[in-house]
Design a binder for this molecule. Structure first.
Ligand code: PLP
Ligand code: SF4
Length: 346
């Protein structure tokens, strides 16, 4: 009996399919960048949609295959397709919609935002594996923020000099676009700053390329003295499939807390039923719902906007039908505020 236990543990370890970096980099190279390819993969005849293709010029198309596999074939209204398909609507100039709704073009050091007390946000890597049409960073001047080790010095210096900073948030773009080696270097630098105790990673990459959860990434997060937290970005229950669930398993096994933030998006997830299902599916996948963001008024994406009044109605209906611990906080980010602003549901 006693001898069997270690054997079982080894077996569980082997069951966690951990890839090396080659797998996700291959998925990244194979990302779809043409709307006609995207529609062809979904068996959708392009004819009536051709006029939309030119919106690519506003923000490039980028969709990884594992994400496309979760879309329904033949359905132009698929909620996952809607998040990545360019539309002529994006050319519409809407009053009050700006290029930088969150005033994030103001950095305190290269690639470093310090808007909220105790925590800073690091633009670890420009660009994402997927380009979401509603992205509030779609106009971010990434070329001025593409970091390298030398350019990180001023950001690291700023963090070291500000002892109130206890949490560093890796963001982007998508921070997991960086190689594990690059991330390891950055984590090692942060570990040397005694007042930094927590490391948070805001990422959508494992959702669209599950192979991104590599053995070396899990090892890095398991072994750092910083307390790691991962915040994923999932908007619709159809984004969660068995491939994603098993990719996240090693992170759960390493007891790395997993949270999720969603954006409330017109005709993608703007109804209580979908969002209730999302919370429940997240929970089943070991992910805790965290934020439900009201859409940020970024130019070119006004067609995704859901009014605050509608949002409050949806959130109240969720509240009535979910256990409290599965209710995400409905928030809006207001430029200049010291935290995300909770929306009053009363
Ligand atoms: C959202 C955000 C944070 C983190 O805020 P939490 O409420 O702790 O999730 C930190 N810095 C910036 C710039 C942010 O946008
Ligand atoms: S993954 Fe996030 S940062 Fe990247 S395009 Fe989508 S919403 Fe924007």
């Amino acid at each position: 009996m006693k001898l069997e236990l270690p054997q079982i543990i080894t077996q569980i370890d082997d069951d966690l399919h951990l890839c090396d970096e080659k797998s996700w980099q291959k998925d990244l190279r194979e990302v779809i960048t043409k709307p006609e390819q995207l529609l062809a993969l979904l068996d959708i005849a392009p004819d009536e949609y051709l006029q939309h293709f030119k919106a690519r010029s506003l923000f490039p198309v980028r969709v990884p295959m594992p994400f496309i596999k979760r879309m329904k074939k033949g359905d132009f209204d698929d909620p996952l397709l809607k998040q990545v398909m360019p539309l002529t609507n994006e050319f519409k100039q809407t009053e009050g919609y700006t290029l930088d709704p969150l005033q994030e073009h103001d950095t305190v050091a290269e690639g470093l935002l310090h808007k909220y007390n105790n925590r800073v946000l690091m633009i670890v890597k420009a660009g994402c594996a997927v380009n979401c049409r509603y992205c509030f960073r779609r106009h971010f001047p990434y070329e001025d923020n593409s970091p390298n080790k030398k350019r990180w010095q001023s950001a690291l210096h700023y963090i070291a000099e500000n002892s109130s900073i206890s949490e560093v948030i890796f963001s982007g773009g998508d921070p997991l676009m960086a190689s594990d080696e690059h991330l390891k270097w950055l984590v090692e630098q942060l570990e040397q700053i005694p007042h930094v105790t927590r490391l948070r990673i805001h990422t959508r990459l494992p959702v669209v390329i599950p192979n991104r959860v590599t053995k070396s990434l899990v090892t890095l997060l398991k072994n750092t003295r910083l307390k790691p937290v991962m915040v994923l970005h999932i908007n619709h229950p159809n984004e969660i499939d068995s491939e994603l669930i098993s990719a996240l398993e090693p992170l759960r096994a390493a007891r790395i807390p997993l949270f999720n933030q969603s954006v409330l998006l017109k005709s993608v997830n703007d109804n209580a039923q979908t969002l209730i299902k999302l919370s429940e599916t997240l929970f089943d996948a070991g992910i805790q719902p965290y934020y439900l963001h009201l859409f940020d008024a970024v130019q070119g994406a006004a067609h995704f906007d859901v009014s605050e009044q509608e949002a409050v109605e949806i959130a109240n209906s969720m509240l009535a039908n979910l256990p409290g611990f599965l209710m995400p906080k409905l928030v809006r980010e207001i430029a200049g505020q010291a935290n995300k602003t909770p929306i009053n549901l009363a």
